[in-house]
Design a protein around this ligand. Structure first.
Ligand code: PHE
Length: 325
């Protein structure tokens, strides 16, 4: 009877129940063995031996079945409860976005509003209204992504200068972050699409000294009080005079390293006083208003700040890279 029950037991729990029913402290066989004393001396050895034989046989049977179930259970999925849990995947702010937001926050404290403009532009806004003749190399088909004969992906954020001036009267103080497009080979230092932050300040009586003071204040806040600023003469059709602004290299502190090509400086923006022709095209009186404009590259600033050696890392969306910032 016991062996049939063992054969019918479908799992390890059923076996345990049977072991208790037959062999437990209050089990059936245990009861028989315990009551041997009630039997006569002639019957006692025979019944005792038989009971012990059944008990051993049942016990062996139970052990064999239990072992078989243990092996079967062991082939299932192994769960190591001591392993640490997997962290939930979270998004990260892109390093270039971090730099753009920080730039805009500093200029917000200086009185500048953050605005945006279209990435698809007409030749008129991208070039003509900025005093760039259409036969200028920058307007060349080979340097720009043209969508039609007259419409292209903006090559810089400067067209938003014209759009803002047409929409608002002075005084103007804006920063304009956004993506710009140029037909450059995609290599370690060039990308066909990259970010710029344009700046524009227009009012009565703004001078080059205001420009230098504002940019120097920005550099100290963004790069730290020890950072030095250098203004170099340059040329842009839409500013006069024009300048390029350098900051002492953040990697070597100005002593010279491979990151700054051993010059001790890194260029952070092109800038200058707004050209009278740009005011004229926007409907502003160039006799009454003056102002300055600048355009900086937050991608290059992020590369310098975080020691990123290849611009392509910024556009590959690899979370192992992006998760570090
Ligand atoms: N638009 C220029 C560029 O893309 C930068 C610039 C902006 C220069 C504003 C002067 C004033 O390089």
């Amino acid at each position: 009877q016991g062996s049939e029950a063992v054969a019918a037991a479908g799992n390890a729990e059923a076996l345990d129940a049977l072991r208790i029913e037959y062999l437990g402290r209050k089990g059936r066989l245990t009861g028989i063995l315990r009551r041997l004393g009630e039997l006569g001396a002639d019957e006692r050895p025979r019944v005792g031996a038989e009971a012990n034989r059944v008990k051993d046989a049942l016990s062996t049977l139970l052990d064999e079945r239990a072992a078989a179930y243990a092996v079967a259970a062991d082939t299932g999925p192994r769960v190591d409860l001591s392993l640490p849990g997997r962290a939930r995947w979270t998004g990260q702010v892109h390093p270039v976005t971090l730099v753009i937001d920080e730039i805009c926050e500093i200029f917000r404290d200086l009185g500048f509003s953050r605005v945006a403009g279209p990435e698809m532009e007409t030749q008129t806004y991208n070039f003509s209204k900025l005093n760039i003749p259409l036969d200028h190399p920058a307007a060349d088909m080979h340097d720009s992504f043209y969508l039609t004969d007259e419409v292209l992906l903006r090559t810089h954020t400067s067209p938003v200068q014209a759009r803002v001036m047409e929409q608002f009267a002075p005084p103007i103080r804006v920063v304009v972050p956004g993506t710009v497009y140029r037909r450059d080979p995609f290599d370690a230092s060039h990308a066909p699409a990259f970010e710029q932050v344009e700046g524009l300040a227009v009012d009565e009586g703004i001078t080059f000294a205001d420009f230098k003071a504002t940019i120097s204040a920005f550099v100290r806040r963004f790069f730290g009080n020890d950072a030095k600023t250098r203004f170099r003469p340059s040329y842009f059709p839409f500013t006069e005079p024009s300048a390029e602004v350098d900051v002492s290299c953040q990697i070597c502190g100005g002593r010279g390293c491979s990151a700054c090509k051993h010059t001790g400086w890194m260029e952070i923006m092109g800038a200058g006083m707004v050209h009278p022709n740009v005011f004229e095209a926007a409907g502003y009186d160039p006799e009454r208003y003056t102002g300055y404009a600048f355009g900086m590259g937050p991608g290059r600033i992020a590369m310098q700040r975080y020691g990123i050696p290849d611009i392509r890392l910024l556009y590959e969306s690899d979370m192992r890279f992006l998760g570090q910032f």
